[in-house]
Design a protein around this ligand. Structure first.
Ligand SMILES: [Zn+2]
Length: 221
């Protein structure tokens, strides 16, 4: 089992293994499931440590949507898209100090969230155009962790880290070869995928029909 589907677990940045909160000797106060803005080193890989990183808005949204999805999984049918005003913004507000580490609440944070939700169409999709209800494109919660959604404050790139990233099955080779100019801008128009693609617009249960590319997250430094 991996991920946070059964409660809080943390992923070792080095080996990629997942550990139950109760098996971690460090207190995990201030952590909630599906956070990606931390770097944990397990006892097998070295001295057990965990460090929180400042989170990008994309990381904040991923954590929020994953928790909302997990808490609605037993609804019939399970809900996968959530209201910006009634679900997403209140969740971020309630968990700000945990999931927005070191980020101060500026007056524009709600607009920033809304912009990312609308423009990062490889990661997020709107249930219906104009519905202001958003969900994750890839609804597989088991892979949401710090190795997939790397924090912007991770130390300088190294060959070792590139290798680890290449080992990650979630990242395909074409993704890793993408350069900065291919990555989405804040306007979200240069990613090369048609905005009108159905999987970008409609919340379906189809998985991986449109493999998302995550390497652009590295650009939010
Ligand atoms: Zn490890």
């Amino acid at each position: 089992m991996s991920g946070n589907a059964e409660g809080l677990r943390v992923q070792c940045y080095t080996c990629g293994n997942w550990y139950d909160a109760e098996d971690v000797t460090i207190p995990l106060d201030g952590y909630i499931p599906f956070m990606t803005n931390y770097e944990y080193c397990c006892g097998s890989c070295g001295t057990e440590t965990i460090v929180k990183k400042p989170a990008s808005f994309i990381q904040v949204i991923i954590t929020t949507l994953a928790n909302l999805q997990a808490s609605h999984i037993y609804h019939d049918p399970p809900e996968t898209c959530f209201s910006l005003q009634d679900d997403i913004i209140p969740f971020v507000w309630d968990h700000w100090d945990m999931i927005c580490t070191k980020r101060s609440k500026t007056g524009s944070w709600k607009n920033n969230l809304a912009t990312k939700l609308a423009t990062e169409t490889r990661l997020f999709r709107e249930e219906e155009t104009g519905s202001q209800r958003f969900g994750l494109v890839d609804q597989d919660l088991s892979t949401i962790g710090p190795r997939r959604y790397e924090s912007k404050a991770v130390p300088t790139r190294s060959v070792g880290r590139m290798k680890r990233r290449l080992d990650n099955s979630q990242v395909n080779s074409s993704a890793t070869k993408r350069n900065k100019s291919d990555a989405p801008t804040s306007k979200g128009l240069s990613h090369g995928y048609p905005l009108e693609h159905p999987s970008n617009k409609v919340c379906t249960h189809t998985h991986h029909s449109h493999p998302p590319i995550y390497t652009h997250l590295h650009l939010y430094r």
